[in-house]
Design a binder for this molecule. Structure first.
Ligand SMILES: C[S@@+](CC[C@H](N)C(=O)[O-])C[C@H]1O[C@@H](n2cnc3c(N)ncnc32)[C@H](O)[C@@H]1O
Length: 145
């Protein structure tokens, strides 16, 4: 089973029948995997050069968009995911987190997920005890009241 299918299954309670946004999606493999369970999946990145062609065949809506200045309305999503992307957005995290909180609905959540050493080491440095392992995925989960 693909890693992205495994993590979608592990997080299914926050994905099934929910409106999902993947930020800094790159290939958007996570979004493609989530599409079978979610109500809707949107994903954004600064460019589409690595986008998985499966995105076009699934019900995933990809847009080129800066995560620190999202075009979505307030309270648009239930769950936001960053998959193997924290290292690349770390310097903008404050602005991106603020935007994530704005576009999330009440009682929504943000998942930062890392499997690559590049991401997991910086996540452990920045988030410390807030980061936990679930199988071979390092996860930080933030709640929005
Ligand atoms: C390691 S890659 C993506 C990993 C991706 N989740 C995957 O599995 O392919 C990090 C991505 O962050 C994107 N990125 C960096 N800053 C961004 C921003 N401000 N808004 C949206 N995407 C951003 C980059 O364009 C790049 O595609």
């Amino acid at each position: 089973m693909k890693k992205t299918d495994r993590i979608v299954r592990l997080l299914s309670s926050d994905i099934e029948k929910k409106d999902i946004l993947e930020v800094a999606c790159g290939s958007a493999d996570f979004s493609v995997a989530a599409a079978s369970l979610a109500n809707s999946v949107s994903c954004i990145d600064l460019d589409d050069s690595r986008l998985n062609p499966m995105v076009a065949q699934s019900n995933v809506c990809f847009q080129i968009m800066d995560a620190s200045q999202m075009e979505y309305q307030d309270h648009s999503f239930d769950t936001i995911v960053m998959y193997n992307a924290y290292y690349h957005i770390q310097t903008q995290w404050k602005e991106i987190e603020k935007e994530c909180r704005r576009v999330l609905r009440n009682r929504g959540c943000i998942y930062i997920i890392g499997t690559w050493k590049l991401d997991t080491s910086i996540m452990l440095d920045i988030f410390g005890d807030k980061a936990f392992w679930l199988d071979d995925f390092l996860i930080v989960k933030e709640f929005v009241e």
